[in-house]
Design a protein around this ligand. Structure first.
Ligand code: COA
Length: 254
């Protein structure tokens, strides 16, 4: 089982504008645990889980959604099963909460292989992404296809030893932006650029025709388990929030 590099989550998250939490969740489960996790899903989530043809992604979806429900339920003082979601026009899940809830609870979820990240805060839109750094990926070909021209050029100019890390840095940062905005893949991937140099801090460099986006967002890379890359993006207004990372062991699920 993959060891989390982050300290174990010891208490319910105290959500506020001042803190961005990112929780790492290793998703491997045994069958007994899976039944308990599945029992808190809503009927539409169970239907979605049953649509997965391959068992592993199905199990990972169930585990991730159940933990998300527990973390949100603890913040709302309700059981995991009572948490309700709405979905944006491009599929971004959001917590159903009364209009008077202020600041609003925001979250984002990402899973890759058997690892997940759940990012949560209040009063700031947020997006998170984790990707397994598969060494067989043909990074230059994918960069030509999915990255902006500026990013593809930057990747080619990196020293060869940094290109794989640069590619996954770019990929996770781009996904974090698509998820924070909620646009998902409806927003053209070549219309914005992030920095790729893994030796430099991550940065949103350009959003075509939208210069105010550059100051709107803060982008950070994360240190997930070995073999993975990850990034989180959140709205930068108000004071700079503190980043707090933790891991959730599925045995903590109640
Ligand atoms: C759906 C998308 C937002 C992320 O998908 P992904 O990277 O394949 O998968 P992740 O595990 O990181 O994220 C999935 C989660 O994003 C969330 N999500 C779905 N649509 C979303 C949206 N429009 N905005 C924000 N979050 C969204 C959901 O919580 C989902 O979790 P669930 O499957 O447990 O419900 C979208 O960007 C996508 O399909 N990407 C495909 C990958 C790609 O081609 N990337 C190119 C990068 S250069």
């Amino acid at each position: 089982m993959t060891q989390s590099p982050w300290p174990r989550l010891a208490q319910p998250l105290q959500l506020s504008r001042q803190t961005v939490f990112v929780v790492h969740v290793p998703l491997e489960t045994d069958d007994g645990q899976l039944d308990r996790l599945k029992s808190v899903l809503s009927p539409d989530e169970s239907t979605r889980a049953d649509r997965y043809k391959v068992p592993q992604p199905r199990r990972h979806f169930i585990a991730c959604r159940a933990v998300l429900r527990q973390l949100l339920g603890e913040c709302l003082n309700c059981s995991p099963a009572e948490v309700q979601f709405d979905y944006g026009s491009h599929g971004k899940p959001a917590l159903r909460q009364s209009d008077s809830t202020s600041p609003r609870i925001e979250f984002s979820v990402s899973h890759s292989s058997d690892q997940a990240l759940i990012a949560m805060t209040a009063g700031r839109l947020i997006g998170v992404d984790i990707e397994q750094q598969d060494p067989s990926v043909r990074i230059m070909k994918l960069a030509q296809r999915f990255f902006s021209a500026r990013e593809a050029t930057e990747l080619m100019r990196l020293p060869e030893a940094d290109q794989q890390a640069g590619f996954f840095r770019g990929w996770t940062c781009k996904e974090a932006y698509l998820k924070a905005t909620g646009f998902g893949l409806s927003f053209p991937l070549n219309k914005f650029s992030v920095s790729l140099d893994p030796r430099q801090p991550a940065q949103l460099l350009e959003v075509v025709d939208q210069p105010t986006e550059l100051t709107r967002w803060r982008l950070l890379t994360l240190s997930p388990p070995e073999g993975f890359a990850a990034a989180v993006m959140f709205e930068a207004f108000h004071e700079e929030p503190q980043l707090s990372v933790a891991s959730f062991d599925l045995r903590q699920f109640r």
